[in-house]
Each structure stands twice: as structure tokens, then as C-alpha cells.
Design a protein around this ligand. Structure first.
Ligand code: SF4
Ligand code: SF4
Length: 112
């Protein structure tokens, strides 16, 4: 898949699944995320280093893990975005532009 990643780091934060199936983020970064550089320190073998770390495929895009403004999903019809923490929403606005979850909802996209 073409590399569209803007290196916002958000998808490297821990998440849980709510009862209704929504992915809910926490403010806890993966232990392999270098917060100074925003890079994964085990990138070449990340899926072996961390079982939950998955490569981005079309199937993964449908899981609702990536934030609404992530280039991989921002124009995806019917995409159901995860719930970010206030801190991560701020990070999304700063790194991915105005298309954070709130803006996406205002524009009528990503309705649940
Ligand atoms: S959320 Fe999207 S843009 Fe941000 S790090 Fe993950 S794949 Fe890259
Ligand atoms: S292993 Fe690397 S790419 Fe995977 S979640 Fe952790 S920091 Fe991100």
C-alpha cells in the first residue's frame, strides 16, 4: 500500500474496544514509540516485537483504528473513526490538520 503516513504517531497509542465496538484510545504510547522523534524504534520487525502492531492493509482500514484525519481513511466512505482522548485530538489537529474527529463530524462525515 502506498505510504500516506504523516507520522502523527497517534496510531501508536494504546487502545481498547468499547462495548459498542468503537475503538477508544488512551494517552499511553506504545513502549516502542520514541516520543522525541515520533519514530518506532523497532520498525523493521515491529510485528514480531509487538503482536498487536499490524501493518496497514485494506482490512485494517475497516477496523476503525486510524484517526479520522489520517490520510489512509479521511476520504473513506462510511468510515467509523475511533474516539481519541482530548490530548490526542489536539495532536491530530496539530499534525493532521483541521480534519480531526470533531471537524469530520461537523462536515457530516463519519456519522455513527
Ligand atoms: S494515524 Fe495515520 S498518519 Fe498518523 S501515524 Fe498512523 S498511519 Fe500515520
Ligand atoms: S511497535 Fe512501533 S509501529 Fe507498532 S505500535 Fe509500537 S511504536 Fe507503533
Amino acid at each position: 500500500m502506498k505510504d500516506l503516513c504523516r507520522r502523527c504517531t497517534i496510531c501508536c497509542y494504546e487502545k481498547v474496544i468499547a462495548e459498542n465496538g468503537t475503538v477508544v484510545y488512551t494517552d499511553r504510547p506504545c513502549s516502542y514509540l520514541d516520543l522525541d522523534t515520533g519514530l518506532c524504534i523497532v520498525y523493521e520487525f515491529r510485528t514480531r516485537a509487538k503482536a498487536e502492531c499490524v501493518q496497514i492493509t485494506k482490512r485494517v482500514l475497516d477496523l476503525g483504528v486510524l484517526p479520522a484525519a489520517c490520510p489512509y481513511v479521511k476520504d473513506r466512505p462510511g468510515y467509523r473513526p475511533p474516539r481519541l482522548t482530548p490530548r490526542l485530538e489536539k495532536l491530530a489537529r496539530k499534525t493532521l490538520g483541521a480534519g480531526g474527529p470533531k471537524a469530520a463530524r461537523r462536515s457530516g462525515r463519519n456519522r455513527r
